[in-house]
Design a protein around this ligand. Structure first.
Ligand code: PEP
Ligand code: MN
Length: 331
């Protein structure tokens, strides 16, 4: 946003008026006499109305650049995916399940349990993005069918990742919500292919993606035909390995309250520790998250991936209750 000054305006007074409103000003070019001709407002400033800024004495005009994400803006804070409302004050959408779908029997028993607890979405990876090529890569297409069957039997919806363009068709056939993994947020060919299916997408934030880049990737999905986009904060790369990632709840508040888009939080990958899932889940809901993605496993010690962050399935009931009471308290 650019705030232009009238010739002879008291630049100091205008600057004070802007600062008072919580705005950060970037250094700008000056007139020949050394006074600023306009102020450029940095993106991390508070939200204000153009009319309010235009009314400040000494301001001649206020201009904003054209939005680069019109479809994300138009979508608004609430979407509906397979009959489940997400965001805009709807009850938090829970997406729970194993990191990876390990067997047909495993995913069936997990879905039975979670469905009975009222969890709306069954999560689980059929195609796993693993750091090591020697780690379990997922059961692929077979696992998609297991998941769909298990979710249908339990009255749940399916959210699962499409790891490559080659899998998109099969994933779209079985999933209600197609997950774009963190490592693929910048994979524009994949985003286009997922958009073209017309399905809703869950867009995880890239490992070191800026908010602007994340929103732009959401725009890619919508521009190519996705029926809805739900953003998912899952922690970003930081300087400290005390937690697996750094869960950016500032970004969640910004997306929920300023950009007004549906955003959920994945505290499992965010911290990488099961003991932090409850406090971070609570904090996420308080910050404006429209739901949570949580990994669970019947026997975390035997999980083929991400065991240390999985909540034992038998403890999900208590966890969900405690999260629900936190969300009531913060609404
Ligand atoms: C996942 O949710 O299974 C996953 C791999 O997450 P991320 O892309 O956030 O690492
Ligand atoms: Mn995982």
């Amino acid at each position: 946003m650019i705030v232009s000054l009238e010739a002879g305006a008291d630049a100091g007074a205008v600057l004070r008026a802007l600062t008072e409103r919580g705005l950060w000003i970037r250094e700008t070019e000056r007139r020949a006499d050394g006074s600023p001709a306009h102020f450029v407002i940095a993106a991390h400033s508070a939200a204000v109305s153009l009319a309010d800024l235009g009314a400040i004495a000494g301001v001649s005009s206020v201009t904003t650049g054209k939005s680069g994400t019109p479809l994300v803006e138009k979508q608004g804070p609430r979407v509906e995916v397979a009959g489940v409302k997400i965001g805009g004050g709807a009850r938090p959408a829970m997406m729970c399940g194993p990191c990876a779908v390990e067997s047909e029997a495993q995913v069936r028993s997990i879905a039975e349990r979670l469905g009975a607890l009222g969890v709306a979405f069954l999560r689980g990876g059929a195609f796993k993005p693993r750091t090591s090529p020697y780690s379990f890569q997922g059961h692929g297409r077979e696992a998609l069918a297991w998941m769909r069957k298990a979710a249908d039997a339990a009255g749940m919806r399916v959210v699962t990742e499409a790891l490559s363009e080659a899998d998109v068709g099969a994933v779209a056939e079985h999933a209600d919500l197609i997950q774009v993994g963190s490592r693929n947020m910048h994979n524009y060919a994949l985003l286009k292919a997922i958009g073209k299916t017309g399905r809703a997408a869950l867009l995880k934030r890239g490992l070191s993606a800026t908010i602007e880049e994340w929103l732009q990737s959401g725009e890619y999905l919508l521009a190519h035909g996705a029926s809805a986009v739900v953003f998912c904060e899952r922690g970003v790369r930081g300087f400290d390995d005390a937690t697996r990632n750094i869960l950016d709840l500032g970004a969640v508040a910004l997306l929920a309250h300023v950009h007004a888009v549906p955003v959920i939080v994945d505290p499992s990958h965010g911290a990488g520790r099961r003991d932090l899932v409850l406090p971070l889940g609570r904090a996420a809901l308080a910050a404006g998250a429209a739901g949570l993605m949580i990994e669970t496993h019947p026997e975390p010690a035997k999980a083929l991936s991400d065991g240390p962050q999985a909540i034992p399935l038998g403890e999900m009931d208590a966890l969900l209750r405690r999260l629900a009471s936190a969300s009531e308290a913060s609404s």
